[in-house]
Design a protein around this ligand. Structure first.
Ligand code: ADE
Length: 270
């Protein structure tokens, strides 16, 4: 495929949509919620397969979007967001999904909006400082401040309106919204010792996952605004595999759907 796929041939009520789309990604289908169904219910979905991924184009709550699954890990995330930027000309990127809690007061069912992201498994020392992306000179990538504010507001509204119901359904405490550092690495963190090592190395970290910092690095390199929102599915300890699996099956989609609905409605003014 050469050149970007224009979004303005997607007519809505006969009117061409002229805005560059927003890119929305998750790693796994359960983390995307009802976004593609919501798109189908509006002006319809056009699906383009590119690099072994299906990119769904349409509008969600009136916002032109490209929605896809990045799959798991930093390489998968980097490859997918690169395609979003180059083949689909997205104006900004939002990544949604679950993460393991690292911060001492971050509990299962809480939501973390990243204000910065870094790769906890990147270490080219002594040639370059630990965690620094070689030749880029950056270890922490900032999320876009305006997107972070909009996403945080959407999360706060979601928790206020649906938090009590969710807590009762999943048996968690009422969710809280945190904002801060999210760590990414190519490991599922699942032991008390491993999560303590992360806390010791990076005491301000709130959550750990496997894609966000890769998305943030690619967006930084191409000057595309990005943001990452994660619901805490587990606390990255020995129980994490089971807690993660249950959370993913039972509830992750409800969080993503509810948060993105409020976020997108805020952007479109619906
Ligand atoms: N995503 C959700 N939980 C995680 C964990 N414990 N480690 C890495 N990624 C995760």
């Amino acid at each position: 495929m050469s050149g970007a796929i224009a979004h303005d041939d997607l007519a809505r009520d006969g009117a061409p949509v002229s805005h560059r789309p927003l890119g929305i990604l998750a790693a796994l289908p359960e983390e995307l919620g009802d976004l593609v169904d919501a798109m189908r219910g509006e002006a319809g979905v056009r699906t383009i397969t590119h690099g072994r991924r299906d990119y769904h184009l349409g509008t969600v709550y009136g916002v032109p979007c490209v929605v896809t699954l990045a799959r798991v890990g930093k390489v998968a995330a980097a490859a997918t967001v690169s395609a979003m930027i180059h083949a689909f000309d997205v104006e900004a990127v939002v990544f949604t999904g679950v993460a393991g809690g690292v911060g001492r007061d971050v509990r299962v069912g809480d939501v973390v909006v990243a204000d910065s992201l870094m790769q906890h498994d990147l270490d080219a020392s002594p040639i370059f400082p630990c965690f620094e992306v070689p030749l880029l000179g950056v270890s922490r990538f900032a999320a876009d401040a305006a997107l972070v504010a909009q996403l945080s507001a959407a999360c706060e509204r979601f928790v206020a309106e649906e938090g009590a119901d969710l807590a009762a359904r999943f048996g968690t405490q009422t969710a809280r919204v945190h904002r801060g550092l999210i760590l990414s690495g190519d490991q599922f963190v699942a032991s008390a010792a491993a999560v303590q090592r992360l806390r010791d190395a990076l005491p301000d970290s709130l959550a750990v996952e496997m894609e966000g910092a890769a998305i943030a690095q690619v967006c930084y390199e191409y000057d595309v605004p990005c943001a990452v929102v994660r619901t805490i599915s587990d606390t990255a300890d020995a129980e994490a595999p089971e807690t993660f699996t249950n959370f993913l099956r039972q509830i992750a989609g409800t969080y993503s759907s509810g948060i993105l609905k409020r976020f997108l409605m805020g952007r479109s003014g619906v």
